[in-house]
Design a protein around this ligand. Structure first.
Ligand code: NAD
Ligand code: G6P
Ligand code: MN
Length: 445
């Protein structure tokens, strides 16, 4: 960093399975993003303490100059900070499991961010994310929040409606991983050697242009790979999307691609275009939440407990999340006005010409110290427009339902989801979800 400033960062969701990887990544990137303070904040003291105590030991051994703290007190967490990195999961994995299993009972896709499960998660997340944004604005009014708490599409629409002037950037890591894979397909060492055109909603978008630095069109070569193996034959430097279920998702992208071979799809479109396949290949007794609890959660918390028991983090297995360096890129863009390009989830305002101006779309933006500028993507084809009109209405109705406490609007949101076959099934699922979420959702009338 050229301005010699050192930054203070609060990680909201300190007890997240991703927190150690993010903290180590921040340490590794200190040359370009110098840090003076890292704070963890969570509303579950016990869960956070395990992660935080282990990270405290790691930081003492590897970066004693950095001030470190962890707390459940908002004032302590959000005073004197420059950035909030937010990755909270309201209701934790226990509720993710319900989001995934309840729709499956009715033969409907059970997924964290897509379909009824995503709507249910959205109804929990909105309040949690708004609360953190408000704490940040109260105690550090100049700070920026980089939010990747899910479901990002619904959370972003809620912040557009309810906190339109707040300094929050909503971002997703799925395109980052997929762009790394596409760069690998064409023999480039990094996605940063590509310039892309992309439009859609979060977890619901398409690449329509990909060039290298000299302006050569990379789409033909990438399409050949997609037609043969989807994203499955390409590598990327992430330890996140490596489980068997992810590998199957990367393979299935071949069929998703076949529906519109003029674009490259985001992997999440499989839930909307092949819901019958997804349901047939789901185990209603053991979903992704179970895999994550038995896998990543056990692994991360196991390492943390081990560090605490030994009193040292030497050879502990902690690894920096290389994939998450995009968060530092984004922080640097704001702090140092780098004007780098990112796919962000922002109000459309005409960037997708023939689409709702008030929709939160995922598009390339240039980011600098005054925020973002959209890069226009022009008019989109009828197929994508039709899908996006339907999905954005689901997201808007869910947010309206949260704001107004409206049962009717939430029923409409579920009914409109392409993953749900009828208003009858939507109601059955909704009534189960209401019961399961009574501690988290506003009361619906
Ligand atoms: P996790 O359950 O391990 O961690 C989430 C933490 O948030 C928990 O410790 C929980 O106690 C805490 N929390 C819940 N509600 C809170 C609140 N109101 N205030 C403060 N803390 C609260 O979950 P995880 O699997 O590590 O994922 C964390 C989040 O990151 C999820 O929202 C996930 O969907 C998201 N995520 C997003 C991307 C992306 O691309 N956008 C990528 C990976 C993960
Ligand atoms: C991708 C998405 C995230 C999502 C994550 C789920 O990275 O972009 O938004 O949270 O996958 O991964 P998991 O391993 O928890 O199923
Ligand atoms: Mn995402």
């Amino acid at each position: 960093m050229s301005n010699n400033k050192k930054y203070a960062v609060t990680v909201a969701g300190g007890g997240s399975t991703f927190t150690p990887g993010i903290a180590l990544m921040l340490l590794e990137e200190r040359d370009r993003f110098p840090i003076r303070k890292i704070m963890f904040y969570d509303n579950d003291a016990e869960r956070q303490e395990i992660v935080a105590k282990a990270c405290e030991i790691y930081l003492k051994e590897n970066a004693p100059d950095i001030e470190f703290g962890y707390t459940t007190d908002p004032e302590t967490a959000f005073t004197d900070i420059d950035f909030v990195l937010a990755h909270i999961r309201v209701g934790k994995y226990a509720m993710r499991e319900k989001d995934e299993k309840i729709p499956l009972k009715y033969g409907v896709v059970g997924q964290e961010t897509c379909g009824p499960g995503g709507i249910a998660y959205g109804m929990r997340s909105i309040g949690g994310v708004l609360e953190i944004l408000d704490y940040m604005e109260t105690y550090s009014p100049n700070a920026w929040m980089l939010n990747y708490s899910n479901p990002a599409a619904i959370v972003a629409e809620a912040t557009r409606r309810l906190r339109p002037n707040s300094k929050i950037l909503n971002i997703c890591d799925m395109p980052i991983d997929l762009e790394e894979k596409m760069a690998n397909m064409v023999g480039l060492s990094s996605r940063k050697e590509m310039q892309v055109g992309y439009y859609g909603l979060n977890h619901f978008g398409w690449w329509h242009k990909i060039y290298d630095k000299d302006g050569n069109d990379l789409m033909p070569a990438i399409k050949e790979h997609m037609a043969a193996n989807g994203f499955a034959d390409a590598l990327s430097q992430t330890n996140q999307h490596v489980d068997q279920s992810w590998i199957e998702t990367f393979q299935k992208a071949r069929d998703v691609y076949a529906v519109d071979p003029s674009t490259i799809p985001n992997t999440y479109l499989k839930y909307y275009l092949f819901p019958d396949y997804v349901v047939e290949h789901s185990n209603p007794e053991y979903t992704r939440a179970n895999e994550v609890m038995d896998g990543r959660e056990k692994h991360v918390f196991g390492m943390c407990r081990d560090i605490i028991a030994k009193g040292t983090a030497k050879d502990c297995g902690f690894e920096a999340d290389a994939h998450a360096t995009y968060i530092v890129d984004l922080a640097c863009a704001i702090a140092e006005n780098t004007r780098e390009r990112f796919l962000l989830i922002v109000p459309n305002e005409g960037a997708v010409e023939n689409f709702d101006r008030t929709a939160m779309v995922e598009i390339p933006c240039i980011v600098g110290s005054n925020g973002y500028e959209r890069i226009c993507q022009g008019a989109i084809p009828q197929f994508q427009k039709g899908l996006m009109e339907q999905q954005v209405s689901v997201e808007k109705l869910a947010v309206e339902a949260w704001i107004e406490g409206s049962y009717q609007k939430l029923w409409q949101a579920l009914t409109l989801s392409k993953t749900v076959p009828s208003a009858r099934v939507a109601k059955l699922i909704l009534d189960d979800l209401i019961e399961a979420n009574k501690d988290y959702w506003p009361e619906l009338k």
